[in-house]
Design a binder for this molecule. Structure first.
Ligand SMILES: Nc1ncnc2c1ncn2[C@@H]1O[C@H](COP(=O)(O)OP(=O)(O)OP(=O)(O)O)[C@@H](O)[C@H]1O
Ligand SMILES: [Mg+2]
Length: 306
């Protein structure tokens, strides 16, 4: 449904988006995850035909985003980073205005349906300036959905709204995924993990990893970590004791104990326990530490910026 091929954008000397390629199949929810300045908005603006790329191409529903941008716009709903609203319009007049722009002849029924969908029907007569930020965000969503497009592109839809509304927006995105292909951006990893079928991690214009949350964890977790707590050994003696074990990569203090990073997925628990006991120390705890996707994300993005 969305095919992106070597898409690139240069702003002067700055390579904001650098040859990215990814796909979204029909009905998939794809998360574009990356820190500030990663190139998320730039990518979305190219996909929605607002800005030409410097290089590369993209297709939506089989239409080229740049040579067939009218066909593409019919099939895409876009919630930009900053929703352009007219503060003096009422909620329903605003959505009706968009419906008409989208070529819906008698928009009233559609306006009500879409306001109902984003939970704003009881606010239909409210003037936009009196809406809360979260409501304004949902109004932006109504604008994006009014022509019932197969593809929906949402640029950080949960930014700047309160936690309750964040939950609601995330639920809406999930629901949208049942009927539409959704591409949404976020810098919050747990959000991507909750909402998406697949995550594309972008950093400084480049894709650094992509896959399902589960497969990313698997792909990116080089080795594993163990938590060890012993009595009687200080950091130096422990290092001396364990450094000779093949596969031990790093030993770091954590609280009362140590986190040992191992190079391979080999289970070193037996070897470590043996060393500790042979060294004359008492073993209090030794367990694997699960790496969260958050750790992996920080690890990649941190490594890239070093
Ligand atoms: N119109 C522009 N002219 C020049 N540089 C730009 C322009 N728009 C964005 N940039 C730069 O391109 C890079 C990518 O910006 P972009 O807005 O796409 O990132 P983002 O991932 O959406 O970030 P954020 O999470 O802060 O919204 C940044 O370094 C930004 O400063
Ligand atoms: Mg942005």
């Amino acid at each position: 449904m969305i095919e992106v091929n070597g898409l690139t954008k240069r702003y002067g000397h700055l390579l904001a988006v650098n040859h990215i390629s990814f796909e979204a199949r029909e009905g998939e929810v794809i998360g574009l995850l990356g820190p500030n300045g990663a190139g998320k908005t730039t990518t979305m603006r190219m996909l929605t035909g607002f800005m030409p790329p410097t290089e590369g191409s993209a297709k939506i529903a089989g239409f080229d985003v740049f040579t067939d941008s009218l066909e593409v716009r019919k099939r895409v709903g876009y919630l930009p980073e900053r929703v352009p609203v007219y503060p003096d319009m009422t909620v329903s007049a605003y959505v009706a205005f968009w419906a008409q722009l989208r070529g819906i002849r008698i928009p009233q029924k559609r306006v009500e349906a879409v306001l109902d969908q984003v939970n704003l029907l009881d606010r239909r007569s409210t003037v936009i300036r009196n809406l809360s930020k979260g409501m304004r965000q949902r109004l932006g969503l109504a604008q994006a959905l009014v022509h019932d497009p197969p593809v929906i592109i949402l640029d950080e839809p949960t930014i700047g709204i309160d936690p309750q509304q964040v939950i609601e927006v995330r639920q809406s995105v999930r629901q949208l995924g049942q009927k539409h292909t959704v591409l949404f951006s976020t810098h919050i990893l747990s959000e991507a993990e909750q909402v998406c079928d697949r995550v594309v991690i972008i950093d400084r214009g480049q894709i650094v990893a992509q896959g399902t949350p589960a497969s990313l964890r698997q792909q990116l977790q080089h080795g594993s970590s163990l938590y060890l707590q012993v009595t009687g050994a200080n950091e130096a003696t422990l290092r001396k004791l364990l450094d000779t074990l093949p596969g031990v990569q790093k030993i770091e203090r954590q609280g009362e104990g140590f986190v040992i990073q191992t190079r391979t997925n080999a289970d070193l628990r037996g070897d470590i326990a043996q060393k500790v006991i042979q060294g004359g120390y008492r073993l209090l705890e030794l367990r694997p530490v699960a790496m969260t996707l958050e750790d992996i994300f920080l690890d990649i993005v941190g490594r890239e910026t070093k």
